[in-house]
Design a protein around this ligand. Structure first.
Ligand SMILES: [Zn+2]
Length: 242
């Protein structure tokens, strides 16, 4: 009897899934073609055809390395996708950032992890992944930090923990008189606080969603270096502008 119930239940679940699939077909967020119920968010063809940088295989300096030349010392830089206005990367970033597609963000993080592992020296000695903290106001309205979601995907593949308590974004209403040596107020949106290095990290990787001018990252890394001059810093981003 139990067997029959289980059989019926299994069939019922499958039926419901199929009917739901008919009513709300699963559509690829990039090409808008229908995708099977086994795929999610972006179809396999679109994932394959994303604008990959192939930076993970570079022996010479990449455009991302050059972006930071003369600004700050970075161990390793990596961005998986090229971002251009109107391209697939923009669609994916938009979905992750504004449309609540956290699962897609995590999937992209996993993909980044697989690319990085092509050359194990890419991640050599990294103790922790530190997502760029979201401005608190945005965190409040959006409910999650896209860089953290990407970092979680990376952590899964690289087996390096994502740490959220090392870097904090500061509320700009906080009294200016309280500002310490390790806070920077060049730009109110870019104020960070570097917390105590309780885990004794020697090498961290900052995780970002997209790098354009690199100025947010630069001020963030400068603050870390001010407080911990010996700490090595790498930067891994889902995308970089071309
Ligand atoms: Zn597609």
């Amino acid at each position: 009897m139990q067997k029959v119930t289980r059989f019926l239940l299994k069939n019922f679940v499958e039926w419901t899934e199929n009917i739901l699939h008919l009513i709300y077909p699963n559509v690829c967020l990039v090409c808008e073609n229908e995708i099977s119920k086994f795929e999610k968010d972006v179809c396999g063809i679109c994932v394959e055809n994303l604008k990959y940088t192939a930076f993970e295989k570079y022996e010479d300096a990449s455009s991302l390395d050059k972006l930071f030349w003369g600004r700050i010392q970075i161990e390793k830089t990596f961005a998986m996708l090229y971002f251009e206005k109107g391209n697939q990367t923009q669609t994916i970033l938009h979905q992750i950032k504004y449309k609540g597609k956290q699962e897609l963000g995590e999937k992209m993080g996993e993909l980044m992890g697989q690319k990085l592992l092509v050359n194990p020296s890419n991640i050599c000695g990294i103790d922790a992944l530190i997502p760029v903290p979201l401005h608190l106001k945005k965190m409040h309205t959006r409910g999650y930090n896209q860089s953290e979601v990407i970092s979680n995907g990376l952590s899964k593949i690289l087996n390096i923990p994502t740490k959220l308590d090392f870097l904090t974004r500061i509320v700009h209403s906080e009294s200016q008189t309280k500002k310490g040596r390790f806070m920077r107020w060049d730009n109110i949106e870019e104020a960070f606080f570097v917390n105590e290095n309780q885990d004794n990290f020697k090498h961290i990787a900052i995780i970002d969603d997209v790098i354009t001018t690199g100025s947010t990252l630069e001020s963030c890394m400068k603050m870390i270096k001010e407080k911990y001059p010996e700490m090595k810093i790498s930067v891994f981003s889902l995308a970089v502008t071309k």
